[in-house]
Design a protein around this ligand. Structure first.
Ligand code: GLY
Length: 368
């Protein structure tokens, strides 16, 4: 089996094992782990609250089990939603075994780990983000400093690193031996299909990267939280597309794409093919749909349909005419309802947590 695929599967199994251990230690019943059907996803996590806000509640991508637990604990200790979400994702950013985020993330085409992250704070409606940041283990913390200690919303590249250094962050080598070996293997088996595209038309089908190529991923962690005061906070952090063109920035650090948070309504964020999300500003769309009355799950499905409708290029559709890539969305309402959806895949899940424990719930989907 390809080393990369093995690494992803090992990571999923390890993560599940440690979650089950934690769940039993915390007294979280096995029935909570079983998850709800897509149609009951909102209600399942809605156990966390319907009607008035009843934080703490957290939603996260599936790699955020421990992150969600940490976020809940931070909020129970008096931290804000943003404190909790950032402390949660820090666990994943520093984890060398998660090869889609922070330290240990898969590098770009040149073997350099470049990180993207964004945070958004509900009560102040401020946001901060960093893109193509090198050598800093906790990009989400730097994004928060951009929000709190500058008059800007986004710093990139060397400027972002200099800013982090100014605030005392050490510059570290983020390329683990494991990630380096995977990168070398990829480089040594390069096909003719990469991210560079020759001139092509809307109808050209076999152009560029194969979206379903199992060796390229857009792994990321998104985490949104509602604290006991009814305030929202969100964070998305990633090492981005595996082996990306140096300087490529995905959706994660772009406010409205990788995340969005409106303290009167709800919060949303994404993982998956960032380009599709950038072209549709879908996290913003989800929050606006919730403002119009959609449940979180319905709003996420609406966003998936929007991406489906707006995917015009033949090379991005499979034989059945469906998008040949995936994007996942996670959302939480001001009332503490949660839900998520994805473009493709019938049996994927997300994390929902509240004071009673951490659950996996099904993601709704457009296509199997
Ligand atoms: N959604 C992560 C990325 O596209 O970089």
């Amino acid at each position: 089996m390809h080393n990369l695929r093995r690494a992803m599967i090992d990571r999923q199994h390890e993560s599940r094992r440690s979650f089950l251990k934690k769940a039993s230690l915390a007294g979280v019943g096995a029935s909570l782990v079983g998850g709800a059907s897509a149609s009951t996803a909102s209600a399942a996590a809605g156990a966390a609250g319907s009607g008035a806000a009843q934080g703490p509640v957290v939603v996260s991508s599936l790699n955020g089990r421990e992150a969600a637990q940490r976020a809940i604990e931070i909020m129970q200790d008096g931290g804000s939603a943003l404190d909790g979400a950032i402390a949660g994702v820090n666990l994943v950013e520093e984890d060398p075994d998660d090869i889609t985020v922070g330290y240990g993330g898969i590098p770009n085409e040149d073997g350099v780990v470049q990180l993207d992250a964004a945070v958004m704070d509900g009560p102040t409606h401020r946001a901060g983000s960093v893109a193509a940041l090198e050598g800093i283990k906790y990009p989400s913390r730097v994004a928060r400093l951009v929000m709190e200690r500058t008059d800007h919303a986004l710093l990139v590249g060397q400027g972002a690193q200099d800013f982090a250094k100014m605030h005392g962050f050490p510059i570290e080598n983020l390329l683990t031996e494991r990630a380096r070996e995977l990168w070398v293997e990829w480089k040594e088996t390069l096909s003719t299909e990469d991210d560079y595209l020759p001139p092509h038309d809307i109808d050209d089908e076999n152009i560029g990267a194969i979206m379903q190529d199992a060796t390229r991923h857009y792994g990321t962690i998104h985490c949104s939280a509602l604290d006991p005061n009814g305030n929202l906070g969100s964070v998305t952090t990633t090492s981005g597309l595996f082996y990306k063109i140096p300087g490529r920035v995905g959706d994660s650090p772009i406010i409205g794409a990788g995340l969005y948070c409106d303290n009167e309504v709800g919060a949303a964020g994404s993982t998956g093919r960032g380009e599709a999300n950038l072209q549709n500003l879908t996290s913003y769309l989800i929050v606006e749909r919730m403002r119009m009355g959609d449940t979180p799950e319905a709003a996420c499905l609406y966003a998936c349909r929007r991406i489906d409708e707006k995917t015009k290029m033949a090379r991005l559709r499979n034989d059945r005419g469906e998008p040949n890539f995936n994007v996942r969305f996670y959302a939480i309402s001001k009332q503490g309802e949660v839900g998520g959806a994805q473009l493709r895949g019938a049996d994927d899940r997300m994390i929902a947590a509240d004071a009673s424990g951490v659950r996996e719930i099904d993601l709704a989907y457009l296509y199997e």
